[in-house]
Design a protein around this ligand. Structure first.
Ligand SMILES: NC(=O)c1ccc[n+]([C@@H]2O[C@H](COP(=O)([O-])OP(=O)(O)OC[C@H]3O[C@@H](n4cnc5c(N)ncnc54)[C@H](OP(=O)(O)O)[C@@H]3O)[C@@H](O)[C@H]2O)c1
Length: 184
């Protein structure tokens, strides 16, 4: 597909946070999140991922995923990093992951030329930078019933307010409260 014919890629967020607004402990630990997730309930994650062409994530999220026993994604993954290169990818990931140093607008244009329409955007800093650039269409935010007190914040600082429309909220027996917002 040529750049001229490519449409836009919309960014979509699906993220879990503690009630006090952290997506991970300061050292990146997310075992509290996995511990809380109830067996057999994915809170709509698989259905969300089915609608995505692939995942755009920050280096921080990528490095955490590398600590899992098995690579957790079936869809193509683009890792945004100005410090990693494709040479840093371990064997077996080269056909699943690519490293890009393109800024948010540019990588979304590149992915559009490759036929992507919907990108799952993940990682606190990366989500914040995509929000700032107006590249996020909607957010599914799941609040977990835990207070961490400190950690990596869900959203970073913004130069301007970003108005959202509340689409709906689902409460789960696990105590997870999931809200969907459209970015206006
Ligand atoms: N609770 C959840 O649902 C959830 C979801 C996702 C992630 N997490 C956790 O959150 C932690 C990672 O989040 P994070 O906020 O620290 O990092 P992140 O957003 O995943 O990655 C940030 C890094 O990405 C690179 N980068 C490249 N382009 C960027 C851009 N335009 N904007 C921002 N960063 C860019 C930079 O690394 P370079 O220096 O290499 O350029 C930057 O330091 C991990 O522990 C992960 O497990 C939790």
């Amino acid at each position: 597909m040529t750049a001229a014919r490519a449409g836009r890629v919309s960014g979509h967020v699906f993220i879990g946070a503690s009630l006090d607004g952290y997506i991970a402990r300061g050292d990146g630990d997310i075992t509290w999140l996995h511990r809380q997730a109830a067996e057999g309930e994915d809170h709509g994650y698989a259905a969300f991922l089915d609608g995505m062409d692939g995942i755009v994530m920050g280096r921080g999220t990528f490095e955490r995923a590398l600590t899992f026993e098995t690579w957790p994604y079936r869809k193509p993954v683009v890792v945004l990093s100005r410090t990693l290169t494709s040479r840093d990818l371990r064997p077996g990931l080269a056909d699943k992951v690519r490293i890009s140093r393109e800024p948010p607008v540019a990588i979304m244009k590149t992915l559009a030329t490759e036929g992507w329409k919907c990108a799952y955007v993940d990682g606190g800093k990366v989500i914040a930078s995509f929000l700032r650039e107006g590249l996020i269409a909607d957010l599914v935010l799941t609040r977990l019933p835990v207070l961490l007190g400190d950690g990596i914040p869900l959203f970073g600082s913004l130069a301007n307010d970003i108005e959202l429309r509340h689409i709906g909220t689902t409460t789960y027996p696990s105590g997870f409260v999931q809200s969907k917002y459209q970015v206006l």
